[in-house]
Write a protein that binds this ligand. Structure first.
Ligand code: FMN
Length: 193
């Protein structure tokens, strides 16, 4: 396997994962830094990958803390691990936020299922729920999916470095790849795992 193969196969996997809920890289860990300089991590669903521009797309609620964190500090790390292939991808880069009402967010909203739209229609993520609302009747009460639209935001993550690691009994392997601002592969090298 060459460094060029690692570049190509990583992006093939990410593009496949965006279309396949069974992929090991469908759910990724998005790590940001909060206002107190503390690391924050959470799982997100990979919605789209673009191998030529080296972009990953995620969806989130604009009222969630991560939206503010990424506004103040757009540097982020994405971590993924697929047990089946024993592969870890550690991607560093910056996040652009595309708020509700913009063309990109509206286009992505238009492709969501009703069920997914509903997830944006509740109260602000992380806000306390009164005891009286924690009952099944309240949770299953129908909400209007359109109520979610003003809260729906896109996160576009631009990858600048890929730290590729494969766990193997016969010897772990690790490679570092960097991409320039246009998405072109700028450098690649094997490093000690
Ligand atoms: C499997 C899984 C997938 C998730 N996908 C997303 C997602 O795509 N977008 C999102 O905003 N939150 C997603 N969440 C919830 C986040 O992990 C997190 O709990 C929530 O967004 C609040 O994050 P914050 O307080 O750091 O902003 C997912 C959670 C799980 C368990």
């Amino acid at each position: 396997m060459t460094l060029a193969d690692i570049d190509a196969s990583t992006w093939r996997e990410l593009e496949a994962a965006a279309a396949n809920p069974q992929s090991g890289f469908r759910f990724l860990n998005l790590c940001s830094v909060d206002a107190e300089a503390r690391p924050q991590a959470r799982m997100v669903v990979l919605r789209r990958a673009d191998r030529s521009l080296r972009l990953l797309e995620f969806h989130t609620d604009m009222r969630s803390p991560k939206w503010q964190e990424l506004s103040a500090n757009p540097h982020a790390t994405i971590l993924g691990f697929w047990p089946q292939t024993q592969l870890q991808f550690r991607l560093q880069g910056t996040v652009e936020r595309h708020a509700a009402g913009g063309d990109q967010a509206d286009a992505a909203w238009g492709k969501l299922s009703t069920w997914t739209r509903m997830t944006y229609a509740g109260g602000p993520p992380g806000d306390e729920r009164g005891f009286d609302t924690i009952d099944e009747a309240a949770l299953s009460r129908p909400v209007d999916e359109a109520e979610g639209k003003p809260h729906f935001g896109l996160l576009i993550f631009r990858v600048r470095t890929l730290d590729w690691f494969q766990l193997r009994r016969q010897g772990n392997r690790r490679a570092l790849l960097t991409y320039d601002e246009t998405g072109a592969l700028a450098a690649s090298r094997w490093v000690n795992p």
